[in-house]
Write a protein that binds this ligand. Structure first.
Ligand code: HBI
Ligand code: FE
Length: 291
């Protein structure tokens, strides 16, 4: 998730949190699974149980299948176990990281089908949402979708797009694509709205809100509209974009030349989240507020 935030200095002392000192040049570390305490595993079990109950009702079928395959209810999973499953499914591999890593390093991992997973777990007072990634967000939220071929291909494409976006001074525009899909994306399934974004599905209250709240603006997926739309990292989203299917994500982007789009919109102020443009039709006609 976690838009443009840079690695930050952390003040809390929860074991492995934010230890960048021992990291390799590519910011990877060992998961050091044995360092997790029984309390940390217990916290994972509670988070897992609470979110799994919502997953049944609100998550897309790919997420539900992926989560079931990962079989990770009993405690903080070993990344190497997930890697055995990922290798045969989509060729992705998890690498442990201490937290946020620099943009170019993050992109390089994705471009090579390596997904950085933060190794530390959130503390008791942060159970619902935190602005930085932890192992619950990264693993529970993201890894089930790495087993879906369309998402697997999209993430590699996103990683490969990073260098050009940075060179063209358009990183915020590219980051919005990740934000509004991989983190906060919705997909229609058998007529109903379902969650596939990790930022939603790893948050108890945002999962219900994203699907049920009538004040939310849900717009049809549109790459250029997304690249122009700002977002907030510390409150619920005001706009979500809805895919008609997961393959639509990669199909609509694989042949799209981002360069001219960056050039056209780079200098323009971001469209505020939660607002419709003239002529736009929200996905959800029951929406209450017409901003
Ligand atoms: N690092 N660990 C981690 N996780 C992220 O989601 C992440 C990151 N670094 C950069 C980043 N995201 C984004 O700013 C890019 O997608 C643009
Ligand atoms: Fe994330």
């Amino acid at each position: 998730m976690h838009g443009m935030k840079k690695p930050c200095t952390l003040t809390s002392h929860s074991g492995l949190r934010g230890e960048y000192e021992g990291a390799r040049a590519d910011y990877t570390v060992g998961q050091d699974w044995r360092a997790y305490t029984p309390e940390m595993h217990e916290r994972w079990r509670r988070l897992h149980a609470r979110q799994s109950a919502l997953v049944r009702r609100y998550a897309c079928s790919s997420f539900r299948k992926g989560l079931a395959r990962l079989d990770c209810a009993d405690g903080i999973p070993r990344f190497e176990d997930a890697n055995a499953i990922l290798a045969s499914a989509t060729g992705w591999k998890l690498v442990a990281v201490p937290g946020f890593i620099p943009d170019e390093v993050f992109f390089d991992h994705l471009a090579h089908r390596r997904f950085p997973v933060t190794r530390w777990i959130r503390e008791e007072h942060e159970l619902d949402y935190l602005v930085e990634p932890d192992v619950f967000h990264d693993f529970f939220g993201h890894v089930p979708m790495l087993l879906d071929p369309a998402i697997a291909d999209f993430l590699e494409l996103y990683g490969k797009a990073g260098a050009r976006a940075m060179a063209m001074d358009a990183l915020p525009m590219l980051a919005r694509v990740y934000w509004y899909t991989i983190e906060f994306g919705l997909v229609r399934e058998d007529g109903a709205l379902k969650v596939f974004g990790a930022g939603i599905i790893s948050s108890h209250s945002e999962t219900v809100y994203a699907i049920e709240d009538p004040r939310v603006l849900r717009l049809p997926f549109d790459p250029v509209r997304i690249m122009r739309t700002g977002y907030m990292i510390d409150e619920f989203q005001k706009t979500y974009f809805v895919l008609e299917s997961l393959p639509q994500l990669i199909d609509s982007l694989v042949d799209l030349d981002f360069g001219p789009i960056y050039e056209k919109w780079r200098e323009a102020p971001a469209l505020p989240a939660g607002e419709c443009l003239p002529g736009e039709t929200p996905c959800d006609p029951k929406r209450e507020t017409a901003t």
